[in-house]
Every structure is written in C-alpha cells, then in structure tokens.
Design a protein around this ligand. Structure first.
Ligand code: ATP
Length: 365
C-alpha cells in the first residue's frame, strides 16, 4: 500500500493533441479514486503514464514516497488491469493467477500460495484448474483482477474494468471490487466514463476533460457543489433542467428570465445583478410536489420516465418541460394538473460564457 502523487503530468502524442495536461492528483494510501470523463479525454493515457507504459513530457509520479517516473514499469509497484482481460488460453486459472509472479522470479510454492489467496478473495477457488476458454466474461475478468492482485501491487490501476460486461455482471463485479478493496486496502485508481459506476465505486471522483483535471472530491460534494456546468451535467443533471437566460430585477424582486418564462428568486438572490447572462440548472430533486399554496407553481404532468437509474416525472411548467424526481405513489394521468415547488434558490447558476459556477455573492454583485 502506498500513496500515489501525480504532479503536473503532461503528455502529447506525436502529431496529436495534448492527451494529458498539467495533471496533479494525490490518491491516499489505501484510497479508491475514480477517474471519470468523456471518451478521449486522456484517462487511459494518465494510467499508462503512471504504469510506465508512456513517458510524460513533463511532471512527476511518486509512489510510496519514491519518485518513479524514470523507473521501468516492473519497478514501480503498480499493476494495471486493462479493459479486455487477456488471459493465457493454454494455462489454467491457477497458472494465470501466478503468471506475473513467475515473471518476477517468485518461487513455485509462493506463487501457488498467492494465487490461491487471490482466488479465495475473488471466489475463484472452484475454478483453479479450468482454462480461460471455459470461463464466463465475468469470471475471466475476475481472474485478470486476481492476477494483478497476486503481485501485491502498491497501486492498482483499473482501466474500464467493467465496460464489456453486461449489466448484472457489472453490478456483481462492483460489489466484488468493493469487498476486495475493504479486504486488501490497495490504493486504487479506476477509470470509467460511466457516472453510475463512478458514484458506486469512488470514495472520491476526479473529473477529467480535455486532458485536464476539472474537479476532484467525494461524490456527495461534487453533486452538491459542481464548480462548472460540465461537472453538473456529467454527474447526471438532465439537459431538460438546464436553461440559458439572464437575471432580471423587477420592482426590487429578482428573477431568472428565459424565453419560456421567468422564475422568481427569493433572498439572498433578490438583489441579483440585472441583465447578467447565466445558465440555470435545477436538479430533479429540487422540484417537489406542492399543495397549491403561496410560492407554488402550476404544472402539467406529461409522463413518467427513467433518468440515470432514477424515476422522474416529466412535467410542463413556466412554458417548458422539466424533469422532477418522482415522488412516491401512483403517477397522475397525462395532462393532469398539479402544483410544484421550484427551488431556484438551491439550484445552480453558471456563467453563460465560461460555464463556471456563480456563487450567491457574485449573483448579488
Ligand atoms: P476512452 O474513454 O475512449 O478510452 P480516454 O479518456 O481513455 O478515452 P485516451 O485513450 O487517453 O482517452 O486518449 C486521449 C487522446 O489521445 C485521444 O485524442 C486519443 O485519440 C489520443 N491517443 C491515445 N493514444 C494515442 C496514441 N498511441 N497515439 C496517438 N494518439 C493517441
């Protein structure tokens, strides 16, 4: 186990765009961090730089207090699991598990001991004498994971370990990874482009975009305080609930105004800077059913729909459609009227030109 520290890592492939740009991140000893970002943002390149499969143009990698960016891959204390597990088809599961150890010169008895330990951790004991061709996709991926773990790496890097598994197997392997981490406490950096996987697996999530680290934090903190629109959207804020508009003042009261209508803002945003162009993003859980009293908004139910694994209701309010979290109980009939409470004061505002979060203080400026 060891702390992983990346400082100012940069990498551009020859003739290509910069894949990783000035990337700094610390993963604590025994911590599980997920690197999340869209396809092509440089996630795999970052793992390859850590593992020593690519050479950085700039920056440093420290593992357990040692600087390793000049060391060959096998001297770094790192194991990397790739998207597709390439097991040796002619070797048994047990020999596959011990293969990395054989290359490292570990004697037969110790190889056997560690292979069996990894098999036990991953529920593979009954499969030790099988060959890869007879395994399911999930089992094969667990063997590949076991092979990486049997080397007892200080840092385990996992590149989209679940991406080619079907949904039930994916759920199973997520549980497996969590159990394994609780037992082995290995420092882990996992790559995914799937926000649900990231939220399920990350003690912290690091969001990457165009090679750069955009924001890192505990999932709840990122959801509650995204520093930019990219983070809010990538973590699942529905597009339907994002509106471009401007702040407006009317008779001392503040509004968010967009072509479809305007939403009242109460204190402390009442004194908002008139005319500032912003993007409003309202999470579905900030729109709640109401009884029609003061401050509630008339709406019309359109349909129930799933968004990011959660039940939502599509409604029409302020002249346009929104997704709100489905409250318990049966859904209304299509077209049925209801009242909702919109909470724009606890929604997010982003600067229209930069996409950066706008704080309450700035809004009041
Ligand atoms: P994905 O989620 O699709 O796997 P990623 O976030 O892991 O993507 P990378 O694979 O690191 O992204 O790629 C980052 C950028 O570097 C991309 O523009 C990609 O085309 C480019 N790239 C990756 N490998 C090479 C290479 N060997 N030679 C040239 N360009 C490369």
């Amino acid at each position: 186990m060891a702390e992983l520290i990346l400082t100012g890592l940069s990498k551009a492939y020859r003739g290509g765009p910069a894949a990783v740009v000035d990337f700094s991140l610390s993963v604590r000893d025994g911590e599980r961090v997920v690197l999340l970002g869209p396809s092509g943002c440089g996630k795999t390149t970052l793992l390859r730089l850590i593992a020593g499969l690519e050479k950085p143009d700039a920056g440093q990698v420290h593992i357990g207090g040692r600087r390793v960016d000049g060391s060959p891959p096998h001297r770094r204390g790192v194991a990397m699991l790739f998207q597709e597990s390439a097991l040796y088809p002619h070797l048994t599961v047990e020999d596959n598990l011990g293969f990395g150890l054989r290359l490292a010169g570990v004697n037969r008895q110790e190889r056997r001991r560690r292979a069996r330990e990894a098999a036990e951790w991953l529920g593979l004991t009954d499969l030790l004498s099988r060959r890869p061709g007879t395994l399911s996709g999930g089992e094969a991926q667990r063997v590949a994971l076991g092979r990486a773990l049997a080397r007892r790496p200080e840092v385990l890097l996992l590149d989209e370990p679940l991406s080619h598994l079907d949904a039930p197997l994916r759920e199973e392997l997520i549980e497996e990874l969590l159990r394994l981490h609780a037992r082995a406490h290995t420092t882990m950096l996992l790559v995914t482009h799937d926000r649900r996987e990231a939220l399920a697996l990350g003690q912290r999530i690091a969001l990457q975009r165009d090679g750069r680290l955009v924001q890192v934090g505990a999932p709840a903190d990122l959801l509650a305080q995204p520093t930019c629109l990219f983070v809010a959207e990538f973590l699942g804020l529905p597009r339907a609930n994002i509106r471009a508009g401007r702040l407006a003042m009317d008779d001392g009261a503040g509004f968010f105004s967009c072509p479809e209508g305007r939403l009242p803002l109460s204190a402390p945003r009442a004194g908002c800077r008139d005319g500032r162009e912003v993007i409003l993003a309202v999470p579905p859980q900030r729109i709640t059913p109401a009884d029609g009293g003061e401050g509630t908004v008339p709406a019309r139910f359109i349909e129930s729909r799933e968004h990011g694994g959660e039940g939502t209701w599509k409604i029409e309010a302020f002249g346009s459609t929104w997704l709100m979290r489905a409250p318990g109980g049966p859904a209304p009939a299509p077209g049925e009227r209801l009242f909702v409470t919109f909470q724009p004061d606890s929604a997010f505002f982003f600067d229209a030109s930069t996409g950066s979060a706008v704080s309450i203080r700035e809004l009041g400026g």
